[in-house]
Design a protein around this ligand. Structure first.
Ligand code: AMP
Ligand code: FE
Ligand code: FE
Ligand code: ZN
Length: 285
């Protein structure tokens, strides 16, 4: 069984449509794929309609959170997408992405970069707009060679010259809301140092106490020593350990299924979830 529980589509900052994503996952020989767009469930219907036979979809989202000024991402799986309190929180975060993107564009304009909201809106389409879309615009304008090169202090990195904060949830509130909606929570890439400051182990312990289910350990942003340390931490705190690609299509170099989750852990996630069931592929269009 090959299980990849963290991927993005054009519903947020991936470059494959949800239908393309699940077709590609099927072709890559995956058995289970988690669709975890940033702060939105908008990709579900299209992914389900296109789901190939032999591939199971785990519905999810990656929720933007912040603790003590440090940004972090909380993966949420198999929650009830209609549950009003969690839906309202997702909308609050997602809707604030638009004025925030406009703020970053204004800062870039002040820095002499002629990027426009029209350009970024075209790149984002109907996906929840984020820094990778602005980074793509900077590549188009020849300001940086690749999307990753835009994530520096010079441009869009946390605290960078053109960075603007967005509304982000308190992770304890996110855990509470996801649980109340029947879902399971996994702290995404908790030690991804290249993205900026990371959350201390004491805070992860407090989240575990508050009902966090797991941490993502096998991720391209963690080196082998970091993974070993996080495995130890998960063991100490009784947390599930996941691995996943965090695939973003052509906006990142990682391949679908490059990192995977153990089938037993996947089984435990599905047993804990009560808000939605994994969707087996019927061989969609
Ligand atoms: P936002 O949610 O708009 O703040 O943007 C965060 C997103 O930017 C993450 O989900 C990643 O997709 C992407 N990202 C963050 N850091 C980097 C990086 N160093 N290189 C490439 N993409 C990054
Ligand atoms: Fe992303
Ligand atoms: Fe993330
Ligand atoms: Zn992600």
């Amino acid at each position: 069984m090959r299980i990849d529980l963290h991927t993005h589509s054009t519903a947020s900052d991936g470059t494959d449509t949800p239908a393309e994503l699940v077709r590609r996952a099927g072709a890559a020989g995956l058995d289970v794929i988690g669709l975890t767009d940033h702060d939105t469930t908008r990709g579900y219907a299209e992914a389900i309609a296109a789901l190939p036979a032999g591939l199971t979809l785990v519905t999810g989202a990656e929720l933007s959170c912040r603790i003590d000024g440090v940004g972090m991402h909380m993966l949420a799986y198999l929650f009830d997408a209609e549950e009003p309190a969690l839906l309202a929180e997702r909308e609050l975060v997602r809707d604030d992405r638009v004025p925030r993107a406009k703020g970053m564009i204004a800062k870039l304009n002040e820095l002499g970069v002629p990027v426009t909201w029209e350009q970024v809106a075209r790149i984002a389409g109907d996906g929840s707009v984020g820094r990778p879309h602005i980074a793509t615009a900077l590549v188009e304008l020849g300001v940086v060679p690749t999307v990753s090169d835009a994530f520096t202090r010079q441009w869009l990195a946390d605290g960078g010259r053109a960075y603007v904060e967005k509304h982000e949830s308190d992770p304890f509130e996110a855990i509470r809301l996801v649980k109340a909606a029947g879902g399971v929570t996994v702290f995404a890439h908790p030690a991804a140092v290249k993205r900026g400051r990371t959350v201390p182990e004491s805070a992860i312990a407090a989240m575990a106490e508050a009902g966090l289910d797991g941490i993502e350990v096998d991720h391209m942003d963690h080196d082998p020593e970091t993974r070993a340390r996080l495995r130890g931490l998960a063991g100490d705190l009784g947390l599930l350990v996941t691995g996943s690609s965090d695939y973003h299509g052509s906006r990142k170099t990682v391949a679908l299924g490059e990192f995977t989750t153990d089938p037993e852990i996947y089984g435990e996630i599905t047993r804990r979830a009560a808000g939605a069931f994994p969707v087996p592929g019927a061989g969609g269009v």
